[in-house]
Design a protein around this ligand. Structure first.
Ligand SMILES: [Zn+2]
Length: 130
């Protein structure tokens, strides 16, 4: 009886550091911002932000592409004006190389062209000043 009680107390002492270690580990993992729970709000917010960032990056890339297309069209229009003395009647008159550049890569809207001034622009919201 006496021996049994002593033995049980000894086991408790052995388990105590292990239990403390588990509590510390559990406390660290749940409290660390670098390892959020996959079901927690922080993680789903991060995934949401990641998706938003990808979307705005793609959008920014297409805007740059649109600007580049407009630049190429303006160069081609100016070259036509320099060689023939007048602006092309339409963007189609710039040649087949330019037909791929006739719509905005972001919205798919066709670029607007004014043959009397040689100006070309994009009607996609946010692209008006490209
Ligand atoms: Zn555009």
């Amino acid at each position: 009886m006496k021996l049994r009680k002593l033995k049980s107390g000894w086991w408790s002492l052995c388990l105590l550091p292990a239990a403390l270690l588990l509590i510390l580990l559990a406390g660290c993992s749940s409290g660390s911002p670098n390892h959020p729970s996959p079901t927690g709000n922080i993680a789903s917010d991060a995934v949401h932000d990641y998706g938003q960032n990808i979307h705005s990056s793609l959008e920014a890339g297409k805007k740059v592409e649109c600007q580049s297309d407009l630049q190429q069209l303006r160069t081609a229009i100016q070259m036509q004006k320099d060689s023939t003395g007048q602006y092309p009647a339409s963007l189609a008159d710039l040649g087949t190389q330019m037909t791929a550049l006739e719509t905005c890569p972001s919205s798919g809207r066709p670029y607007q062209y004014d043959p009397s001034t040689g100006k070309v622009w994009c009607t996609t919201p946010g692209h008006e000043k490209l």
